[in-house]
Design a protein around this ligand. Structure first.
Ligand SMILES: [Fe+2]
Ligand SMILES: [Fe+2]
Length: 253
């Protein structure tokens, strides 16, 4: 049994959806898939993708990304918390899970989150460029700190006396030094919306060997302070240099 990971499959792009449909129906029947967010803001596509994955994999663990909580095309009265509830229902209906997965000697622990500007304050140009500011809707008074607290409060840690090895999973980055040094300065304006230090606090309390994340669309596997951080994003079609566009086996059980 293998534990495979991918994130940011963004199936609104036809080639990405074709890749999902083209995955083998026999190669992964004993395997676990970690799907680390940003499938689509369209629930029909989320349903189609998760259903395709649960037909192919033994277990599918999903954590929503920011795109999955966009409310474009939804009832105008629905906010992104309502969308989260609908996404959670879709996940359950498709036979995937957003709960901790137990797998022999391993526990795979999902960490919900958002970004809270703990990696920097946004500049004015980010306000114009970042689609979440228009595509998500939050209850009155909900700022990014509240959003991040709301989701991270929902996370649960394994019991302290549980000795199984751990993998944690988030869509958002738990630390800003996961952004590689080759990223040009003009792209660093995105730092404030990449993640939250709160996620790093939570994963350290869980003490994983591996942390899988997404969101940055920059594939990486790097060891920091004793944890291997892995991003294996599928990414947008044009992002062929920074993404591998294939499943990554992170562990064999
Ligand atoms: Fe993404
Ligand atoms: Fe994202």
């Amino acid at each position: 049994m293998r534990i495979l990971a991918i994130s940011d499959i963004h199936v609104d792009y036809a080639p990405n959806l074709e890749w999902v449909k083209g995955l083998s129906r026999s190669d992964y029947v004993d395997d676990v898939l970690i799907l680390a967010g940003d499938v689509s803001h369209k629930r029909a596509l989320l349903d189609q993708t998760l259903s395709a994955m649960t037909r192919r994999f033994k277990t599918v663990l999903f954590v929503p990304g920011n795109h999955d909580l966009w409310v474009q095309g939804e009832d105008p009265k629905m906010d992104s918390l309502g969308k989260f509830a609908l996404v959670a229902k879709t996940v359950a209906d498709c036979g995937a899970t957003m709960e901790t997965v137990s797998l022999g000697q391993w526990l795979i622990v999902p960490l919900l989150g958002w970004y809270d500007y703990s990696f920097g304050q946004p500049k004015e140009e980010l306000g114009k460029a970042w689609v979440d500011y228009r595509a998500c809707r939050w209850p009155n008074g909900f700022d990014v700190t509240e959003i991040t607290e709301h989701f991270t409060r929902m996370n649960t840690a394994p019991a302290a006396d549980d000795v199984r090895r751990r993998i944690t999973v988030s869509h958002f980055l738990p630390r800003i030094d996961l952004v590689p040094s080759f990223v040009p300065q003009r792209h660093r304006m995105l730092d404030p919306v990449l993640g939250s230090a709160r996620l790093e606090d939570q994963l350290r309390s869980i003490n994983p060997e591996i942390h899988v994340y997404g969101h940055s669309h920059i594939n990486r596997s790097v060891c920091m302070d004793g944890v291997r951080y892995v991003n294996n994003a599928f990414g947008y079609p044009q992002e062929s240099r920074i993404t591998a566009k294939q499943l990554l086996c992170i562990e064999e059980v």
